[in-house]
Design a binder for this molecule. Structure first.
Ligand code: FNR
Length: 370
């Protein structure tokens, strides 16, 4: 299908399901058990409605905002996905990086610990390294983990997103049907260690993640990493508050796209509960960034998250599919679609600036009706 026939972010997955090798699609699309959290992530955004304002001059729409204290042109980022090279062996993470770095987008890219391209190559692919963030899986060997963090910092990656919802990969049966082999990932040195025999790509990667990860490790990373630490995969208000107390710079409310614990709550519900608790404690948006991901596909979904107090949102699979199918151009097309939807929806909502989005613009009465 020509790129011009892709009208929204959902369609990248539809095309990918037909065009990608079965095994690659199985790893990219798999989620845990009966995939209930996966589906609920998507449905949850549809339980929030708008209360638009009329007769506001909306000729000029400004999408600029701040994430992690940095000026950003747009209120979303590319969330980490392991092994972008499975779907796009020639481009992998570097081609996503080149899309993100274009001056009209300048979208931050969160790079997975399990990237196909080596970190140094990704950092060299873009001119502005401050747009790169590092997603960290803490391994059993803490010295190796510390070296990885030091390398990311030396290469100019500017934030550390520590994934905390994956003590072990979820039970992803679509992926389990296929054997992982190192031939799938000739480029990723950390992944090489995973060996040939594991069942499923997720299973192979799991050997590199330490299930003993605890709050003490987070305390150490906050103290020693030299980077702002954000916990990715927080799913409860009390854990988010604890992260703030510990000196983290923020959290990503996420259930890993439903790939970890099935029946973990949709992150939008946690977002709606958390932000009032933070404000009650005098913790501002400038001090502590709350991000959210999972099933965000439309400009309206992004706006709902921002109205609820998110600093920005993460989107993963659509960009992964876009890059697999069309490379850099596909990722840029996805950005373009999202930006057009954002501008249109802001106009129809009657708001011209991101900072003016708030909960008063939402009808949340259906939010918890699963
Ligand atoms: C992921 N995700 C992920 N997260 C992470 O912290 N480290 C990783 O290496 C990966 N790898 C990964 C691979 C694939 C194929 C997918 C689909 C997802 C999770 C991702 O960052 C995000 O939290 C979820 O995918 C939810 O966002 P979407 O995909 O619903 O927009």
């Amino acid at each position: 299908a020509p790129l011009s026939s892709v009208f929204n972010l959902h369609e990248f997955e539809v095309i990918a399901s037909k065009a990608l090798p079965e095994k690659v699609y199985a790893y990219y699309a798999c989620s845990a058990d009966d995939e209930v959290s996966y589906r609920q992530n998507h449905h949850s955004w549809a339980r929030v409605f708008f209360r638009p304002k009329v007769l506001v001059d909306v000729s000029e729409i400004d999408l600029r905002t701040q994430m992690l204290g940095q000026q950003c042109r747009l209120p979303f980022y590319v969330s980490a996905t392991a092994l972008c090279g499975l779907g796009n062996p020639a481009g992998a993470e570097c081609s996503i990086a080149r899309a993100c770095a274009q001056p009209q987008w300048r979208v931050p890219q969160m790079v997975s610990t399990f990237s196909s391209d080596p970190l140094a190559k990704i950092a060299a692919a873009v001119e502005t390294p401050q747009l790169l963030w590092f997603q960290l899986y803490v391994g059993g060997d803490r010295t190796a983990t510390a070296e990885l963090v030091a390398q990311a910092r030396a290469l100019g990656l500017s934030a550390l997103f520590v994934t905390v919802d994956a003590a072990q990969p979820g039970n992803r049966e679509r992926d389990l049907r296929f054997k992982f082999s190192n031939a799938d990932t000739s480029k990723g040195p950390s992944v090489m260690a995973a060996g040939q025999t594991a069942q499923g790509t997720s299973g192979a990667l799991s050997k590199l993640i330490d299930p003993a990860l605890s709050w003490d490790d987070i305390r150490a990373l906050v103290r020693d990493s030299g980077l702002p630490v954000i916990l990715k995969g927080v799913q409860r208000v009390d854990d988010a508050l604890r992260a703030a107390e510990l000196g983290c710079r923020g959290v990503v409310l996420s259930n890993h796209g439903g790939r970890q614990l099935d029946f973990s709550v949709p992150p939008v519900e946690v977002l709606a509960d958390l932000v009032p608790e933070l404000r009650k404690r005098g913790i501002t948006k400038e001090q502590f960034d709350v991000f959210v991901d999972g099933g965000i596909r439309r400009g309206t979904d992004v706006l709902k998250a921002l109205c609820l107090g998110a600093s920005g949102v993460g989107i993963a699979s659509p960009f992964l599919y876009a890059n697999s199918l069309y490379g850099q151009e596909g990722v840029e097309h996805a950005f373009d679609l999202l930006v057009k939807e954002l501008v249109l929806s802001m106009r129809l909502l009657g708001v011209t600036r991101i900072e003016d989005l708030n909960e008063d613009l939402l009808d949340l009465r259906g939010l918890y009706d699963r």
